[in-house]
Design a protein around this ligand. Structure first.
Ligand code: NAG
Ligand code: NAG
Ligand code: NAG
Ligand code: NAG
Length: 673
């Protein structure tokens, strides 16, 4: 990747010139409604989307409402004070003072509501915590920015690493964007016009005139979601994920943006089997998001996509007026429903992994939705591809995990790969069940196959518990704060009148006083587990390898940490920059929740008028938080969130391995067992 200085200067000048030219021809016409220009359209330019978004000025009441909800809900988020300056090894990666920034944003003036949104959203993203996030559907994924050239990071035989356009780029883009591919074909320079396919696999030498990792790292700084730099770098590149019904293709954040951030990418590339370099300017194109409600102009954009909807705010679970569509459905009822899942801000797509990359192995009995079981061709390596810990049917999901592992052992599998690439979590007890059935009954799985936890004990949280305990405001035991839903550190259920937040356990974190609950014990056994847990381990846990791109979060983290640190299983991160320490998981939490659930707890206990209660939200937003933190293994009295999760092996991606699950599993089996 060495260029002579004049060549680099020329390339940079070229970039500047091409952007300048486009800027002069792309002046929006302010005499018409800029949102009408994109209304009822499927494909538009990012500039047109920005013109619409930027035309809406800040409304003081809306801004104050969003900030009040954010600030008062954050009092229920476990990690606010830790995130001001995270303990090692994440000190340099997480240092965001959320409360201070919310105060700053209150005082700051913005040219538009879109600018305000970006500032608040990036403030949350700097927490690098996939549980604590702000999503305003007025903007996020209303239109999604695409390029037809997803990127991958490959390692050559001599160990050098280069960014490439994915080999499958044209196959994926032409299948997903049949109605737009000609725009990109025509955008290519003379000689390449119409030959988009010949870009697949090309080495990328410069992105917008700079070395590719400048762009990767600029994105990592605003990507959020994971503490570790490696995971935030890896999200720039394409990857795969097992989803219900199919093998999905993930474009990565170079080729897919949830906001209309960029207009063009200027790539200097060396095509496969070519020696000369090409510089191409590819326009991003914005496609109406799959969850967007169609609109025609500013008024209908705001009404259809920006105003609060039925599920935005919580309800009093005992009010006779609770509508069916409301958050009442979210009322937790026992451990089956408790979730630990990262809020994924990346847009929903149903892009399919190209046939040539899909596993051709036959899925075994027990395969279901996000969970697929295969026996590798070596006849001894079983594979569980697990894209999530969620399913539409909890008991069927847990049963199928057992059936699938038993299918493998019946066929003679003696070692197991669990591929959790892009697994953002789901049911907490499903993660514990998988640990329990792989490892068998032993001190690390019975009665606790997960980790003890703690919730934050802020002033309003304490009043909620008091209301439940002294005023019996939750007779059906729906509330998160109801003592009967939890066990103490000795794994005994709290009595109905036990105020489990009393006395709070006081800490000083980053110089600030904070209060947490007493230690909570296990929550899944026996009521959250099927009653046919096998009496013996299904696999030798040292012959289990957990494989991902480092993007395993939440319940996936709880499972991986238990297997790695308690059972001696191997952890493998596939891909990533060689000089960046790859972590096998992140965003651990313990239990995640959101504003709407907390709002229901507050309304059900009659505390909505308290000065510390957040107001009802008036926009179409979702605010996620971490409600409980799991304790770690290395330091058992400190949160797992801040303990190291270095992978045992970082497997470099080559042209033969990248985005090819079976090839990756075979290579992992060769290397770790
Ligand atoms: C590049 O050259 C090799 C060797 O001639 C050939 O096998 C391969 O198909 C070529 N690839 C492309 C994309 O042209
Ligand atoms: C869930 O799966 C179980 C089998 O494990 C089945 O008995 C039950 O009917 C299913 N529930 C729903 C709602 O489909
Ligand atoms: C319990 O109910 C009484 C009477 O409505 C009320 O005054 C009190 O504040 C309630 N206590 C709590 C902790 O909500
Ligand atoms: C809150 O205050 C409003 C207005 O004072 C009142 O109508 C409402 O009933 C109160 N709600 C609760 C839960 O106390």
């Amino acid at each position: 990747m060495r260029f002579s200085k004049p060549l680099r200067a020329a390339l940079i000048a070229f970039v500047a010139a091409s952007v300048a030219v486009s800027a002069t021809i792309d002046v929006p016409d302010h005499s018409v409604d800029p949102c009408a220009a994109i209304g009822d359209k499927k494909w538009v330019s990012p500039r047109e989307v920005r013109a619409c978004y930027s035309s809406f000025k800040v409304n003081g009441a809306i801004k104050t409402n969003i900030l009040d909800v954010a600030e008062k809900t954050a009092a229920f988020h476990t990690s606010v004070n830790y995130q001001i300056k995270a303990p090692a090894p994440f000190t340099s990666e997480v240092h965001e003072n959320l409360m201070q920034d919310i105060s700053r944003i209150r005082r700051q003036n913005y040219a538009s509501e879109y600018d305000f949104h970006i500032d608040l959203s990036r403030t949350f993203k700097r927490l690098n915590d996939g549980h604590c996030s702000w999503t305003n559907y007025c903007y996020v994924s209303l239109f999604v920015n695409y390029l037809p050239t997803p990127l991958v990071l490959l390692t050559a035989a001599d160990g050098t690493q280069n960014v490439h356009i994915a080999y499958e780029a044209f196959t994926v883009a032409s299948a997903e964007f049949p109605d737009q591919i000609s725009v990109w074909q025509d955008a290519l320079p003379l000689g390449l016009k119409g030959k988009l396919e010949t870009l697949s696999g090309a080495k990328v030498l410069l992105i917008n005139g700079k070395l590719p990792f400048d762009a990767v790292n600029a994105n990592a700084a605003i990507a959020g979601g994971y503490q570790a730099l490696g995971a935030r770098q890896n999200v720039y590149f394409s990857s795969y994920r097992r989803v219900a019904g199919e093998w999905g293709y993930v474009f990565g954040q170079f080729a897919q943006q949830a906001l209309p951030l960029d207009d063009y990418a200027v790539l200097t590339i060396q095509r496969v089997n070519h020696t000369l370099l090409d510089t191409i300017v590819l326009p991003y194109r914005s496609r109406l998001g799959s969850a967007a409600v169609p609109f025609q102009d500013t008024v209908s954009w705001r009404a259809n996509n920006c105003a609060a909807v039925a599920s935005t705010n919580g309800v009093d679970y005992y009010s006779s007026k609770v509508p069916d569509t409301s958050a009442a459905k979210l009322a937790p009822a026992g451990p089956k429903h408790l979730l630990n899942v990262a809020a994924d801000n990346s847009p929903l797509t149903d892009v399919t992994l190209p046939a040539i990359l899909q596993p051709t192995l036959v899925p075994l009995e027990g395969s279901r939705n996000v969970a697929q079981f295969y026996l590798a061709r070596d006849g001894k390596t079983g594979v569980l591809a697990l894209g999530s810990f969620s399913d539409t049917n909890y008991s069927a999901f847990l049963s199928s995990l057992l059936t699938g592992l038993q299918s493998l052992t019946k066929l003679g599998a003696t070692q197991l790969i669990v591929d959790v690439t892009n697994n953002g979590g789901g049911f907490i007890c499903a993660a514990q069940w998988l640990h329990r059935i792989i490892a068998g009954p032993k001190s690390t799985t019975v009665p606790q196959a997960g980790f003890d936890t703690t919730a934050r004990a802020g002033p309003l949280a304490q009043l909620i518990v008091q209301s439940v305990v002294t005023n019996s405001t939750d007779p059906s035991q729906n509330l998160l704060y109801n003592p009967v839903n939890w066990r103490d550190a000795s794994n005994n259920f709290f009595a109905v009148d036990n105020n489990w937040l009393e006395p709070p356990v006081d800490f000083v974190i980053n110089g600030r006083k904070d209060s947490f609950s007493q230690r909570l014990g296990q929550e899944c056994q026996p009521e959250g587990f099927p009653d046919d847990a096998p009496a013996e381990a299904l696999f030798d846990t040292k012959k289990v390898a957990i494989v991902s791109n480092g993007r395993c979060a939440s319940s996936c983290s709880l499972f991986s940490i238990a297997m790695s640190k308690l059972e001696g299983s191997k952890t493998v991160v596939v891909g990533g920059k060689a000089d960046v320490g790859q972590k096998y998981c992140g965003t651990i939490g313990g239990q995640s929740t959101d504003f709407v659930t907390i709002d229901s707890e507050i309304k059900t206990t009659g505390l909505k008028n308290h000065t510390l209660a957040p107001p009802d939200m008036i926009v179409n937003g979702v605010l996620g938080i971490t409600w409980r933190l799991a304790y770690g293994v290395d330091k058992p009295n400190e949160p797992a969130e801040w303990q190291d999760h270095a992978a045992n092996l970082n497997l470099p991606l080559t042209a033969n391995l990248v985005n090819n699950p079976v090839a990756i599993w075979e290579e992992v089996a060769r290397r770790v067992f």
